[in-house]
Design a protein around this ligand. Structure first.
Ligand code: ATP
Ligand code: MG
Length: 364
């Protein structure tokens, strides 16, 4: 187990930065997810941690030891990639045993650890098979087994379940999380899937364009995004954004738009600075922080016209057309409104957000 500290780390390929001044501290025994879209620098970060890529600037420490110049084999980390690279001609047992054989472990240790890992991963009955006789999910477990038997200080998992079907992915999310908690080994887990990060991690590092956007628990990232980019990336269906004008001052501040005028709560007024109060801002509301009704409700509401209704299993998603944008609202499947009809949306103002119209940082 180890605390991993990434300090002012940069990665350049030729002259182009892929990771920009990254700072992270992953506590000992924690499950940390690096989350971001394709090309944001996730794998580059992992490869620097594993020693497969030179660190252009900055330091990486495992506990208090700087590991920049350690060879991969001396770092005591185990990686699992999306492409699990099993040896096709070896049995499952021998695939899992491979790192121990390379280390010249005793036959008794090998048997013990391989059987232990297989039991944990529920693949004991597959030990005599070859990879071609396994499903994708089973192959992935073998790759994870091969990482476990090394009993490393740190697990680095890079999109290990991205190619599995949705149902198996949901299953493996639980399995991997349970495994990490059972073993207690620090885990850094890369994904572009916000649901994976939210459901598995103790802490999430959200990256965009090589830069860390936010570090926090899943609930902090989801409920208190620091900027509009994080707010829009995390959550499905995605947050609604509407550009509106900030009106008034003192206690009477409202957000004004052609389709609504909604006052800020008293506790929120102070969070806007003077600059924001002069002009426009972006309102952010998640689909489940809106309530739709077909009659005008009491209190401030957004008027619009129903564009389309989509059934999402246990919920209904309704798209509502305003003058310049569409908003999505989550409601129940017995919702009776039809496309073309006028409706009203009430905002749960305990859960809405206002972002700066320029750089997108969150006022609240
Ligand atoms: N060996 C390389 N040489 C040059 N550029 C590279 C190299 N590896 C990665 N890059 C570039 O660095 C940036 C970050 O790549 P990286 O692989 O870290 O992204 P990622 O977040 O893992 O993306 P994905 O989700 O697609 O795997 C990209 O713009 C990529 O094109
Ligand atoms: Mg990658």
């Amino acid at each position: 187990m180890a605390t991993v500290t990434i300090r002012n780390v940069w990665k350049y390929y030729n002259q182009t930065p892929a990771v920009k001044d990254l700072n992270l501290t992953c506590p000992d025994g924690s499950f940390v997810s690096i989350l971001g879209p394709s090309g944001c620098g996730k794998s580059s970060t992992m490869r620097m941690l594993a020693g497969l890529e030179h660190i252009s600037a900055g330091d990486i420490l495992f506990d208090d030891v700087r590991i920049n110049d350690l060879a991969p084999k001396d770092r005591d980390v185990a990686m699992v990639f999306e492409n699990y690279a099993l040896y096709p001609h070896k049995t499952v047992f021998e695939n899992i045993a491979n790192p121990l054989r390379l280390r010249k472990a005793s036959e008794a240790t090998i048997k013990d650890r391989v059987n232990g890992a297989a039991k944990l991963l529920e693949i004991s009955h597959l030990l005599d098979r070859r990879p071609s006789e396994l499903s994708g999910g089973q192959k992935q477990r073998v790759a994870i087994g091969r990482a476990i038997v090394r009993e490393p200080k740190l697990f680095l998992f890079d999109e290990p379940i991205a190619h599995l079907d949705a149902k198996l992915r949901a299953h493996m999310r639980g399995e991997i999380k349970h495994l990490q908690k059972t073993l207690g080994t620090t885990m850094i887990y890369v994904t572009h899937d916000q649901l994976e990060a939210l459901s598995m991690a103790d802490y999430i590092a959200v990256m965009h364009d090589g830069e860390l956007q936010q570090w926090g628990t899943p609930s902090e990232i989801f409920n208190h995004p620091v900027n509009a980019w994080v707010a829009g990336f995390v959550g499905e269906p995605a947050m609604n954004f509407v550009t509106a004008e900030i009106r008034g001052g003192g206690d009477g501040v409202t957000l004004k738009h052609a389709n609504f005028e909604i006052p800020l709560l008293a506790s929120q007024v102070g969070k806007l600075n003077g600059a924001a109060q002069a002009g426009t801002a972006r309102m952010g509301v998640r689909p489940d922080a809106l309530t739709i009704s077909m009659t005008r409700p009491d209190g401030p509401a957004i008027t619009g016209v129903i564009f389309v209704n989509e059934l999402l299993g246990g919920d209904m998603l309704v798209e509502v057309q305003l003058q310049d944008v569409r908003m999505r609202v989550k409601t129940s499947t017995d919702f009776a409104g039809k496309p073309g009809e006028t409706c009203w949306l009430t905002v749960n103002r305990e859960k809405w957000h206002v972002f700066d119209a320029g750089d997108g940082h969150a006022y609240f």
